[in-house]
Design a binder for this molecule. Sequence first.
Ligand code: PGA
Length: 251
Amino acid sequence: MRRPLVAGNWKMHGTRASVAELIEGLRHQVLPGDVDVAVFPTCLHVGQVVAGLEGGVIAVGAQNCAVESMPGALTGEVAASQLLDAGCSLVLVGHSERRLLLGDSDEVVVRKFAAAQACGLLPVLCLGETLAQREAGQTLEVVARQLSGVLEELGVGAFANAVIAYEPVWAIGTGLTASAQQAQEVHAAIRGQLAAENAEIAGGVRILYGGSVKAVNAVELFGMPDIDGGLIGGASLNADEFGAICRAAGN
Ligand code: PGA
């Protein structure tokens, strides 16, 4: 049985004061014992969040890492090894905002994924189609291509220590959610693609759904057989709402 993961992607939000408030709210949540929970603040706030959540069960991740795993001359970047040193245990890789707005190509995504794993960080590989691609009937093809980028370069073994997040771009921050059936179809295809290479690894990898998840729609989504939790954007900035989503993933 896969242990669900609920991950909060705070994106480019937060001030020291609002982050302190959010930490306080999270510390008061009653979280289910059978669910992993993680939050992904900006790099600037990682230290504050790691310190603020110390002693609790919520893990801290980063939203991005450099293509090189070790420190070096890459102005403005943060190495996976530095994230680990700062207390992170996970990192998002290939979020659609980075792919579409910040130029992360499939090749860059593979290098970041490898850099994260080389340091012992758990990469959360994000995949998803745009609205135009869905309307053109290309959803499964697009997601399969994004997955094969990593699969071909690093092999299926890389997914023994990784998480996948399926996030349809048209559902991110729009209030539109994929139906549980639409999401399940893609999740099953992702797992099937991995299973063609290694059934055991495919059966163990957690595939999260992301895109306008809220407490009200989480139960149905998380009830689908191949949906193992969620990657939550907007709703993760509210501790009570995020706590309710975490509880929806529990049994
Ligand atoms: P959203 O974002 O929950 O605000 O739609 C999800 C994400 O981008 O990870």
